[in-house]
Structure formats: structure tokens, C-alpha cells
Design a protein around this ligand. Sequence first.
Ligand code: CNA
Length: 280
Amino acid sequence: MNGNQLRTIASLANFISENPNAKLIFLVGAGISTACGIPDFRSPGTGLYDNLAKLNLPFAEAVFDIDFFKQDPQPFYTLAKELYPGNYEPSKFHHLMRLFQDKGRLHRVYTQNIDTLERSAGIHAENLVEAHGSFAHNHCIDCGIEYPHEHFKKAILHGSGKLARCTKCNGLIKPKIVFFGENLPSHFFSTWDDDLEIMNKDYIVIVAGTSLAVYPFASLPTEIPTSVKRALVNLQKVGDFKANPRKSDIVFSGPTELAAEELAKQLGWQEEFQELVEAT
Ligand code: CNA
């Protein structure tokens, strides 16, 4: 870890320990799961968008496009098989968020991820907002009937090209993962509105592992009141941290897993952190 990174983590650790009432809100993306072996979207070379050629897509985002899915669901099936929950373990960053929860300091985790690793790490349902949905809930895209997740899981794991279809109207069954052209769950908007109401100078919002390129999630950091401390943990500066930086922002440029380890250490939580990491 270089001097700059160490100093940034020290600022974060100081803020958290000097404000014992401070509660944390995390806004996270694919970069907290790359250490688990799940590629993100946009990292050059390793990101999914660079590696979707084998799926024969007309354009990379088509894999999450609802109109394209209706014509050809197979590329999403291929990707879903790869990303399906159970194939991966949480990262150090997930464990750190869990540790904040154990310490009574976690207010909320907003995640764009669909890998459900926040759940695997033990983040409680009431503390978690899966902004882009998850594999847990499934429905027919035509008539809306809900199906148990096993229905879709069986079809993707079977890999025979057989599609999960509604027994009533023969529509396609799809996990409630938010595709381009679909709305985010209303729970996302209502919870964020509630959280904006209660955020005050005791709160700190940590944005981690996201390019802040997908809206409306990408606009959340802009909406944080200026009285509330913001921090960014990412390989590079992104979004509002780049376009409209605030003097009070804390910016860690580097891997999320390195930041998690160092923050746990500087907060004096190394032993409990290690226990969580080793338990997976
Ligand atoms: P993205 O656009 O691919 O951006 C990822 C960001 O994280 C980039 O800025 C990277 O530089 C950064 N990054 C990558 N690895 C690390 C690391 N180890 N440490 C620090 N920073 C890192 O992904 P976003 O989440 O911003 O985009 C939102 C999309 C991605 C959502 O709709 C997700 O559903 C979707 N997605 C989710 C997963 C998952 O569930 N794990 C994987 C891939 C894509």
C-alpha cells in the first residue's frame, strides 16, 4: 500500500472512530466482487463487455436488454449460469460491511450487484437494497406470475437450450434482475428517499467498486447532502467524485479488498475481520 492510500484509510478510520455515532451507508458495484472471480462490466480486457464476443451479441449491453431477451434469451442464460449465486464466496469488502453491521454501525447497503454476495456475507435483509434486483425472485415476463427460483435455475444449469416458460401463458420466465428498459424496484426509491431524510453529519456514505455509469444509481452520490461525508473506494475516480469533487470527499484509489483489510486494521478490528474472512 502506498503512502497516499495509507493516509486516505487513516482519514476514514479517524472519521469513524472520532464519531462513535457515525452510521455507514454503502453504495457498491461490481468492483467489490471482482476479487471473488466475477468479472465487472467495464474494466478493460477483463470486463464482461470485452468478453461477450462468444455470445454473438449485436452489442454488449444486449445481454441485459429486455427486447433482445424476448428474441434470444440464450446469451442471458449463458451469463446467468456463470453468475448464478452459489458459485462464489464474498470478498473482504463484503466481510467489512458485515463487520460494520456486527458493530451496530451499518445503516444500509445499496448494491447494483446481482451476485447476492451481500446476503452470503450475512447482511440482513432490512439493511440491504438490491437496486438491480437478484436471482432470488422470478416471474413470467408476459403475465407476471411469480415462480420459485428453482424453475429458472433448473433451466440454466441444465444447459440443453430448453427455456424456462410459464405454465399458464408460455411466456418466458426471468429472474427479477433489472434489464435496460425496465424499472428499478420501488423499494429502491422509497428507501433512498427515507435515508436522505435522516442522513446528517454523523453519516458517512462509502461508494465502492462502481464506474457510476448506470442511472439512476449513478446519481445517488450527487444527491448526498453536503453536510454528509462521502468517500470513494475504486480503482479510479468516477462520477460525481470526478465531475463535482467536494473538499470533504475522501478518495481511495486502489482495490476494494486492500482498502477493506487496511480499514479493519486501522479500526483495531483485525481479529474479528480475519475470523469472518476465514469462516468462508
Ligand atoms: P462497472 O461499470 O463494470 O464498474 C466497475 C468499477 O469497479 C470500475 O470503475 C472498475 O475500475 C472498478 N473496479 C473493478 N475491480 C475493482 C477492485 N478490485 N477494486 C476497486 N475497484 C474496482 O460495474 P458497475 O457495478 O458500476 O455497473 C453497474 C452494473 C454492473 C450493474 O447493473 C450490475 O448488475 C452489473 N454487474 C454486476 C456484477 C455482479 O453482480 N458481481 C458483475 C458484473 C456486472
